[in-house]
Write a new protein. Structure first.
Length: 364
């Protein structure tokens, strides 16, 4: 999942002029190896999907319940950390939903929406019909990509703004579903604005999503209505004291931490060095990031297969549980000089430093 709700969350100014870049040709040997070595890994494992998603969600909600009911500060902090990590993992299944064939996992999208998407005010339609554009070969890294900004080519101040603004995501989602959505059904012209501008998880502030049609529109409206009813009920329960203000504040803080963690992951998911020109598949791969083992922490900050984000851009249809094995096979099959190895990095600090130093150099 890339970033947060597109309430103009991405920096839109401070873009430094980039140096001329040499086009990167496709490495056919790498692309052939990636396809040939992973053909038997394409099938999702339904039991694993359900157990992982449901278990993560229930653990996150249970820890949230502990955090809002106990009085000991240490317990509150520990429970909040568990809740953030578990709900973050559960939430990131929205990325899998945007890629899966729903016939292979019947009912999973509905179950995820009911257990995670609607309660966290991030239903699946916020990513479906949006994320696939990021994977379109002719759109990646261009102005038509909803999930791309040339962050490494911008001014240094844009990076902290990019991260910190995500802390307001829970407030933005409450406004979207408790206020804008109900109003959009009765105010002429507002529905189109809400769907186009405030119904996508995107970082490109110029992106406008298309209005869903047919069955997709029916599902969009039903899920939107469910999230709106829940958002309004949540506001009403806080206003009437059914949910104590303290508990709501802790829950809001946990939601903000989930959003910030995701935004940090988004920051290091790519190198963000393209300035709008179409790129080859190999160039897109090299602009993306793998953080494979032996590093352990990426399993927490980039779960559900997202530690293999570059590989995912080579093989977007592979289920998350197959990416580790795919990475091992491809790494062994290609030569040491293959560009496949050049997208692997050791961890989060080095990636943040790399992008930060790039903005400093550009800002001079």
């Amino acid at each position: 999942m890339e970033s947060t709700l597109s309430f103009r969350t991405g920096p839109t100014a401070g873009h430094a002029a980039p140096a001329a870049r040499v086009p990167i040709a496709d490495d056919k040997a790498m692309l052939r190896a990636a396809a040939e070595m992973t053909r038997d890994l394409i099938a999702p494992r339904p039991r694993l999907y359900w157990a992982d998603m449901v278990g993560s969600a229930l653990l996150g909600y249970a820890a949230l319940g502990v955090a809002v009911t106990v009085g000991a500060t240490g317990v509150i902090v520990a429970a909040s950390v568990v809740s953030v990590l578990a709900l973050y993992r559960a939430l990131l299944f929205i990325h899998e939903i945007s890629h899966m064939k729903h016939s292979a996992l019947p009912g999973f999208r509905t179950g995820w929406n009911a257990l995670v998407g609607v309660p966290l005010l991030t239903p699946a339609f916020m990513y479906e019909g949006v994320h696939n554009l990021h994977h379109a070969k002719t759109r990646y890294g261009t102005a038509d990509d909803p999930e791309y900004l040339p962050l490494a080519l911008m001014k240094p101040w844009t990076l902290p703004v990019f991260i910190l603004v995500s802390a307001l995501a829970p407030l933005g989602l409450l406004i979207r579903f408790a206020i804008l959505s109900p109003l959009s059904w009765v105010v002429p012209g507002l529905r189109k604005i809400v769907v186009e501008r405030y119904s996508a998880l995107a970082i490109n502030p110029q992106f406008r999503r298309r209005m869903p049609e047919g069955e997709a529109l029916t599902l969009f409206n039903r899920t939107d209505a469910a999230a709106s009813i829940w958002a309004m009920a949540l506001v009403a329960m806080v206003a009437t004291g059914v949910i104590p203000l303290r508990g709501f504040a802790i829950g809001f803080a946990i939601g903000s931490a989930v959003a910030v963690l995701n935004q940090v992951r988004t920051l290091v998911a790519h190198l963000w060095e393209n300035d709008g020109e179409p790129m080859t598949v190999t160039a897109q791969y090299l602009d993306s990031v793998n953080v494979p083992p032996p590093s352990l922490l990426p399993g927490l900050w980039a779960p559900v297969g997202l530690r293999y984000h570059a590989l995912h851009h080579l093989l977007p249809s592979l289920p998350y549980h197959a990416l580790g094995e795919a990475h091992r096979r491809i790494s062994a099959a290609v030569t040491p000089e293959s560009p496949y190895h050049k997208a692997s990095y050791k961890g989060l600090p080095g990636l943040v430093a790399k992008i930060g130093l790039s903005t400093i150099r550009r800002g001079k």
